[in-house]
Design a protein around this ligand. Structure first.
Ligand SMILES: [Zn+2]
Length: 415
């Protein structure tokens, strides 16, 4: 009874993140027309150390690709002047980032649906426990490790608990991508709600186990609620006192530290001091290794850009299963787009976005988990990391169709 009471209050809480404010800070969108304009953005970054939302690094900027960066109030004034001087086209997506942060939340609506709101970590943890109690035959909760700050890392096992096939669903590796944990919560809630009603989902849950990690980077996620909404890495110290955190999606033991920009501890994509140096990466890697015989697919959920990607990220060469992965991605995207016409692009990480080293799906792929995918969910840049709560439901609904498509394919394979 106690747990039910907690849940009722959890569902309606939803408060704005605390900590650092972003008054008058801005999100810029610039599409450089030519090499000179690309150079100019890189120059701005050298000058001011901008917070890039897309692409992740200044060196990945090329002509005609959209660039999103966040700048503080003072910088913004100078940037506007300089962009005007250079006669470059730009748009200010958010004039006041603090307002955008607050506008993420539905106002005045007290939805009881857990899955249509963003939740703080402690709420997600209580929710995960409650799911395992509510569905004793279809769900169980496993603690796979502990974060640097001592929080439990929780995996919900959904479906047939003794199945020989499993899919690992990873959310929240990058702290500021809030729609990702929201999707994992949605997935679990919907899968269990539709079991016995939806034919496809019933078959999937009967024949497989979904290992769902709703929040990979728990410390970082907590930090986005308490201190800095745009934090990305974990919260462990680095060799440099003034720079905290490792990018957990660069810390896997695959072509580790292969890119220069990940080598400095102050970078937001710092790869760490060694492969699996971080307790969170180590916990997930160990769990994957010990369940390797049953795990057939690995899906990592991020935002934003509307992409469905697969290996490789660390090399240009096509993966041995490229054609098959491309085919699956194509039908998953088709299923996703059928609901609201949200357009997705698919392909290998390397060829679709840019080289990435030490990422989870390259590591699982090279370990033998052939069906390794990564989603970059909505949107294309109108909200970026600040997707409003009213978009959680449509985003999750369409993504669910794509995940079901991938899972159904895996369910039909003989291994
Ligand atoms: Zn991400």
């Amino acid at each position: 009874m106690k747990l039910i009471l907690v849940l009722c209050c959890v569902a309606v809480s939803g408060s704005a993140p605390r900590g650092r404010r972003f008054d008058n800070e801005k999100l810029f969108r610039v599409t450089p027309e030519n090499d000179n304009e690309v150079k100019f953005i890189k120059y701005l970054d050298n000058l001011m150390k901008l917070d890039f939302w897309k692409p992740k690094y200044a060196h990945n900027i090329t002509p005609k690709t959209e660039v999103y960066f966040h700048a503080d109030a003072q910088q913004s004034n100078v940037i506007v002047e300089l962009l005007e001087q250079e006669k470059m086209k730009y748009r200010i997506v958010f004039h006041d980032l603090q307002k955008a942060v607050e506008n993420q939340f539905n106002k005045g609506q007290k939805s009881k649906k857990v899955a249509t709101r963003y939740h703080e970590w402690k709420e997600i943890a209580v929710w995960a426990y409650s799911i395992s109690l509510k569905y004793p035959n279809l769900a169980s909760l496993v603690q796979i490790g502990e974060t640097y700050e001592g929080r439990p890392m929780l995996v919900l096992k959904i479906g047939n608990q003794k199945a020989k096939k499993g899919i690992f669903l990873e959310c929240g590796i990058h702290a500021r991508e809030w729609i990702s944990p929201a999707f994992c919560q949605w997935f679990v809630t919907e899968a269990l709600r539709t079991y016995g009603k939806d034919k496809v989902m019933t078959k999937l849950l009967d024949s497989m186990t979904f290992h769902v990690l709703p929040v990979f980077n728990v410390d970082g996620y907590v930090y986005t609620w308490t201190n800095d909404r745009f934090w990305r890495k974990n919260r462990a110290p680095t060799v440099k006192d003034e720079c905290t955190g490792t990018d957990l999606n660069r810390n896997f033991n695959v072509s580790w530290n292969g890119i220069d920009f990940d080598k400095t501890p102050c970078s937001s994509s710092y790869a760490g001091s060694a492969p699996e140096s971080e307790p969170e990466t180590e916990a997930v890697s160990s769990y994957i290794r010990s369940n390797l015989s049953s795990l057939k697919a690995y899906i990592s959920v991020h935002s934003f850009s509307q992409l469905l990607l697969f290996p490789y990220g660390y090399k240009e060469e096509e993966a041995p299963d490229h054609k098959e992965l491309e085919q699956i991605a194509k039908s998953a995207v088709k299923a996703l787009e059928s609901l609201y016409n949200t357009t997705y692009t698919y392909g290998s990480i390397f060829s679709t976005i840019y080289p990435v080293s030490g990422s989870s799906i390259d590591w699982t792929y090279d370990l033998g988990i052939k069906y390794s995918f990564v989603f970059e969910l909505r949107d294309e840049g109108n909200y970026g990391f600040l997707l409003p709560e009213h978009d959680i439901q449509p985003t999750c609904k369409e993504t669910m169709l794509a995940v079901k498509e991938i899972a159904s394919y895996v369910a039909d394979q003989d291994f």
